[in-house]
Design a protein around this ligand. Structure first.
Ligand code: XMP
Length: 507
């Protein structure tokens, strides 16, 4: 395992990802993680990330001196390199490096880090202090036209530093450099593979749950489904899944979840038909926050009731929490803007221990695991869907009739997006039904009906998003089909708002 110490750099998460892409497990922790905790994790290597600070800045992040004596191979990137230089007796100049962006590296001596890479290569450098003199025992391995020490290493003590971002794609040989560190310096093996992740997870789950019982709330998304499959592998029928159908799902979605589970596993599944009670409670409610609150509460109540029978004996609750939900830098600002609801709200009200087998995985890693577990393609690649479902896409009053209009329009949209081969490229694509009417003409008759708004966005993490530039002919097909196939709709509009200032969902 490789530990990445996060000094607040925007690429810290990316370092952990790259290491994992090289099939070595890696974890991101705050730079001030106590030494004891670091030691307890028994890392094979430590990478110190970049950060926005100057090593001479007031209150700039520091590390315990003992870190350098752990006897673990270390790679400092940008801020991490400067800290290494300063702490080990080198000299760092508090002037900003003038170079920013693409720089030409000249390798003076390949050493271990640049081994197998050409003498001239480009790298992505960033603002920062400059190392003036390397600490004793270090060799300067690379320079750029304006920075004499852009990389150094002390091979005997397996300490390395680079004043550029090895983790970004713009750095031509970044992956080779990281691999040299992982495989040659740390002696790590590339054995973090989907099959191993599964075996590992199953073993851990077995250890945690033993012969006790667990329950899992299925949302229809890939995360909870994957978590459930893993736990089922580990404890078999001691797991019961509960799928609360709140009636706010997309066209055929409930059927697909049941089918995917029924066909691919024999996990005991309780399908709770709770459509009526959700709709009853939502009747006449138009305020977005009120809707979210009602759905969240009602969901917990339904889950509790239904799971109550099983939960009498169950001591564990399985959740599809992801790595991005766990790490500090991944906290979701969105949660402060809207009261988010997902199955994650449950443990506070239910006295159950948590089982979170995906806690260490990124979303794309979960998808690989899901595919390896034999989940259907539709489930593996499903776009994120909010807990409150279509209720926050039907603006205003949520009625069965309006939900059905939205479902049909959304179905056409998904159908065309998939046919155009764009489904996986989009973070989300969906239809919204505003609470207004407009005048149109169909045949020779006047119409007065709903517009439907198309929302399609690209994003990496939902924190920011851009509206997708869908091809005009695709938009035309979507528009024609929605108006022709969905009664009650006579107009189609396109949302061209990015996030910020918009949010992805309309409510
Ligand atoms: P916004 O609309 O805040 O959404 O830009 C960001 C992302 O979160 C999803 N979303 C939710 N997910 N429960 C969820 O599990 C919720 O209550 C919820 N509200 C929004 C949204 O679809 C987008 O991917």
């Amino acid at each position: 395992m490789i530990l990445v110490l996060d000094f607040g750099g925007q690429y810290a998460q990316l370092i952990a990802r790259r290491v994992r892409e090289a099939r070595v497990f890696s974890e991101l922790v705050p730079y001030d993680t106590p030494l004891e905790e670091i030691r307890a994790k028994e890392p094979q290597g430590i990478i110190l990330s970049g950060g926005p600070n100057s090593v001479y800045g007031e209150g700039s992040p520091r590390v315990d001196d003992g870190l350098w004596d752990l006897g673990v191979p270390m790679l400092g990137i940008c801020y991490g390199m400067q800290l290494m230089a300063l702490n080990l007796g080198g000299e760092v100049e508090a002037v900003q490096i003038r170079e920013y962006g693409r720089s030409d590296l000249r390798i003076k001596e390949p050493g271990l880090l640049f081994s197998g890479t050409p003498d001239e290569q480009t790298a992505w450098t960033s603002h920062g202090d400059a190392v003036l003199a390397a600490p004793e025992g270090f060799t300067v391995t690379a320079e750029t036209p304006s920075v004499p020490i852009i990389a150094f290493e002390d091979r005997d003590k397996t300490r390395f530093g680079v004043q550029f971002h090895a983790e970004v794609k713009h750095t031509e040989y970044g992956m080779e450099i990281l691999k040299n560190f992982l495989f040659e310096a740390c002696g790590a093996a590339p054995d973090w593979t989907p099959v191993n992740i599964i075996t590992d997870a199953v073993e851990r789950i077995r250890e945690q749950i033993g012969d006790q019982r667990a329950i899992c709330g299925l949302s229809g998304g890939v995360d909870s489904a994957t978590a459930a499959m893993l736990v089922h592998r580990a404890i078999g029928d001691n797991l019961t899944c509960v799928f609360v159908d709140h009636g706010l799902l997309r066209h055929n979605e409930a059927e697909q979840v049941i089918e995917a589970f029924g066909e691919n596993s024999d996990v005991p599944l309780v399908h709770v038909q709770a459509q009526r009670r959700f709709l009853d409670r939502l009747a006449g409610v138009t305020d977005p926050e009120a809707k979210r609150k009602i759905i969240g509460e009602e969901f917990i109540r339904t889950f509790e009731e239904e799971a109550g029978k099983i939960a009498e004996e169950a001591t564990f609750l399985v959740q599809g929490t992801l790595y991005s939900d766990v790490i500090e830098s991944g906290t979701r600002d969105a949660a402060r803007i809207k009261s988010h609801h997902n199955v994650g709200g449950l443990p506070e009200v239910m006295d159950l221990d948590l089982v979170e087998p995906l806690r260490n995985l990124f979303k794309d890693e979960v998808r690989v695991v899901a595919a390896e577990l034999g989940m259907p393609e539709r489930m593996v690649w499903r776009q994120p869907f909010p807990g409150p479902g279509l209720a926050i896409r039907v603006i205003g009053d949520v009625t069965e009739e309006r939900l059905e209009i939205l479902r049909r329009a959304d179905f056409v949209l998904q159908d065309e997006i998939r046919a155009a081969g764009l489904y996986r490229d989009l973070w989300q694509s969906f239809a919204v039904l505003p609470a207004i009417h407009s005048v149109g003409v169909m045949g020779d008759a006047r119409t007065y009906a709903y517009p439907v708004v198309i929302r399609a966005v690209t994003s990496d993490d939902a924190m920011t998003a851009d509206w997708a530039r869908l091809p005009h002919d695709l938009l035309e097909r979507i528009s024609n089909r929605i108006i022709n196939e969905v009664p009650g709709v006579n107009r189609v509009a396109l949302d061209i708002t990015s996030k910020p200032p918009g949010t992805i969902e309309w409510e």
